[in-house]
Design a protein around this ligand. Structure first.
Ligand SMILES: [Zn+2]
Length: 269
């Protein structure tokens, strides 16, 4: 029977666990065209995090991804307002190479804010392997920065074949596969097995019964990361799916906090 482990019981009874804080490694922030988010600004998102037992969110701001004239400024402001709860990925859009150059040049001024970079290749229509992205990859490789990228099955921009090239070329970059190549779960498993620097991020995995158990069995939970795309999806749904999956509490601890704590440690000193 599922959902009756000691950790699951603790969450069902208390709504959280003191020994199992949650690090959400894939979030966003701010308004977005064509959709209404009731809680999209920092203070409201932290209210959601408090309700769900989420200790920290690592995010990229929608404006940084889709309004290059605004850029990462709102993300910087939010992290500095809530330094105990937020960190950001510096969002890069390689359609604007001159802005990418500035982001790299200024990066050290935001050591208290950024843990690495975020790419959104399917939306920006720039492949991870595109020459315009190379300065960012080399920068991340030299500094061992985290890189979260959207990944999707068969995509010419961020599909498994593209990810494979990048993971091999930049072995020092912890490469977080947002959505785990949705929904080519076998490809995600193969990538995580072949490359120790690859992590499978679970946004949009929680909505499908089976892949979480498959990932734990075939790769191991040491390379899985909790994520929700907050404010797109509700952490309660993801946490419920995690607690109801047929995996061990040790797996759940790895997914919720241990792996993230290890990855974030260099950036939280
Ligand atoms: Zn996202």
């Amino acid at each position: 029977m599922i959902g009756i482990s000691p950790l699951a019981r603790e969450f069902w009874e208390h709504g959280r666990s003191a020994l199992c804080p949650i690090y959400d490694m894939h979030g966003h922030m701010g308004t977005f065209h064509s959709i209404y988010f009731p809680r999209a600004e920092a203070a409201d998102m932290i209210r959601t995090m408090d309700e769900c037992g989420v200790r920290m969110l690592v995010f990229s701001h929608h404006h940084a991804l889709f309004a290059p004239d605004v850029g990462n400024v709102p993300a910087v402001e939010a992290v500095r307002r809530y330094p105990d709860r937020l960190r950001a990925y510096c969002a890069l859009n390689a359609n604007y190479p001159e802005q990418l150059e500035v982001a790299l040049a200024d990066f050290d001024a935001y050591a208290d804010v950024f843990v690495g970079f975020k790419f959104l290749p399917d939306y920006h229509k720039v492949a991870l392997t595109d020459a315009r992205c190379r300065p960012a990859w080399e920068f991340a490789e030299a500094r061992r920065l985290l890189v979260l990228t959207h990944t999707w099955r068969d995509s010419p921009y961020d599909g498994p074949a593209i990810v494979r090239q990048i993971a091999a070329r930049y072995p020092n970059v912890p490469l977080l596969l947002g959505h785990s190549c949705h929904d080519d779960w076998d490809a995600a498993v193969a990538l995580a097995r072949d490359f120790p620097n690859i992590y499978l991020e679970l946004t949009a995995v929680f909505d499908d019964r089976g892949p979480l158990e498959k990932f734990c069995a075939e790769v191991g939970s040491h390379c899985l990361l909790f994520g929700t795309d907050l404010p797109w999806f509700d952490p309660h749904q993801a946490i419920g799916a995690l607690l109801s999956a047929d995996i061990s509490d040790e797996d759940r601890h790895n997914i919720c906090h241990r792996n993230a704590e290890r990855l974030l440690a260099p950036f939280l000193t």
